[in-house]
Design a protein around this ligand. Structure first.
Ligand SMILES: Cc1ncc(COP(=O)(O)O)c(C=O)c1O
Length: 408
């Protein structure tokens, strides 16, 4: 039987895929129209690509567009696209050292390069910070015997989810006006608790008082959003105290500009933490560490980006995002018709028209410029600085125009 060419390198097909990607903004052709049931006979790869391009490429937000500022999802550098293609071809499984000797090394290397910025001594990659938070809380429970999870009312829902999965009661603590955990509201006795502090809350980008590290049996810092600031000389101080944590979660698919799914969970005492969350299996040559079983080589994309840009290059892009946020905040603070939520200092700008007409105002803004956030029952708008290519002149002009139109 002759080999199936579907598994061969098809340069013509891949070049066409690149051409379609290149033309994505004006992707033409009929959209939708997918069969309701699995087709008995396939279209073939070339035809399937053409059929899907208008939907897959044409119906996706452009996260690197000049007015894109709505979410924590960044545009990704092209080097990661190249590595993603290699990964799909190789389909390495990092669970098995024999299939992925270099990819496993790449993960160890990326982790080794990044952990010193957080004062941690190791860790591993996860598909996101939800899983990183779960992994850290699992280690806290099984290594330190914690019996409750304590976090602020502004912490990410993944912390509550993790507590539920692990069967640990969740204790919610109040926040101050800027949405930072209020240390005075912490339970007196944290000797059998895991305290979760957030560095960059999802709604407003607030950083909890990290000096509370060490007050509980285990302190985990959820730095999904603000963690990458550790690489910037200018903004590192936002994370001051992070090195006192027992574990830290950071999403690389946020401000490290990685495609999903890419994040890290890091530990201060990695050997012990990994030991508590590892399983051996008859089919395994190395222990399976953490929540995932089989997992892919997202690490090679992160490593390639770090190698291509170096610390300075990563920091420069983060700083561009942060400068954009500062410009936006200065504009909003000076605008007589806009109200700004206290700045969390991590590039999330929350504002609304005063008096409140947020829904009409948002409808008047270009798509992808702002998302909505309900805070204390009130509707606010939220711009997140994850796009180094955001054009602040245009964004500020669009907000100003919406202000004038909706107040007229
Ligand atoms: C503070 C915080 N923690 C955790 C998460 C979950 O991260 P992921 O979406 O990578 O699972 C998010 C996501 O936005 C977040 O903002």
């Amino acid at each position: 039987m002759s080999p199936d060419p579907s598994f061969d390198l098809n340069l013509e097909g891949l070049r066409r895929a690149l051409d379609l990607l290149d033309a994505r903004k004006d992707s033409e052709g009929p959209r939708g129209g997918l069969p309701n049931v699995l087709p008995e006979t396939g279209l073939g790869e070339a035809e399937a690509l053409e059929r899907l391009a208008p939907d897959v490429l044409g119906r996706a937000a452009d996260l690197g567009a000049s007015e894109a500022m709505a979410h924590m999802d960044p545009p990704t550098p092209w080097i990661t696209w190249a590595l993603a293609l290699w990964n799909a071809r190789l389909n390495q499984n990092l669970l098995h050292p024999a299939t992925a000797p270099f990819a496993r090394h790449a993960e160890a290397c990326a982790v080794d390069w990044l952990t010193p910025f957080f004062g941690m001594n190791g860790g591993h990659m996860t598909p996101g910070s939800s899983v990183a938070n779960l992994t850290a809380l699992w280690a806290a429970r099984d290594l330190r015997g914690v019996k409750t999870v304590v976090a602020s009312s502004a912490s990410h829902l993944s912390v509550r989810k993790a507590a539920r999965i692990l069967g640990l009661p969740y204790v919610e603590v109040g926040v101050d006006q800027g949405h930072r955990l209020d240390p005075a509201a912490l339970p007196h006795d944290l000797s059998d608790a895991c305290l979760v502090l957030t560095a960059g809350t999802t709604s407003v980008g607030a950083v909890d008082p990290l000096e509370c590290c060490g007050r509980a049996a285990w302190t985990h810092i959820d730095a999904a959003w603000a963690g990458p600031l550790a690489l910037s000389d200018q903004y590192r101080s936002v994370l001051s105290g992070v090195d006192q944590a027992d574990s830290v979660a950071v999403s690389a698919h946020k401000m490290f500009f990685q495609p999903k799914e890419s994040a890290l969970v890091m530990f201060r005492e990695t050997e012990a933490a990994h030991g508590a969350i590892s399983f051996g299996g008859a089919y395994l040559a190395a222990p399976n560490i953490g929540v995932q079983g089989s997992y892919g080589a997202a690490a090679t994309l992160l490593l390639a980006t770090l190698l291509a840009w170096g610390r300075e290059g990563v920091a420069a892009r983060i700083e561009r995002c942060m400068d954009n946020a500062r410009r936006l905040q200065a504009f909003i603070a000076a605008h007589p018709d806009l109200e700004c939520f206290p700045d969390g200092g991590t590039g999330v700008t929350v504002f609304r028209p005063a008096p409140d007409r947020t829904d009409a105002f948002r409808a008047d803004l270009p798509q992808g410029l702002a998302s909505s956030a309900i805070i204390g029952g009130d509707a606010w708008l939220r711009c997140v600085s994850a796009n180094p290519n955001a054009d602040m002149e245009r964004i500020i002009a669009a907000i100003d125009k919406a202000c004038r139109r909706t107040s007229a």
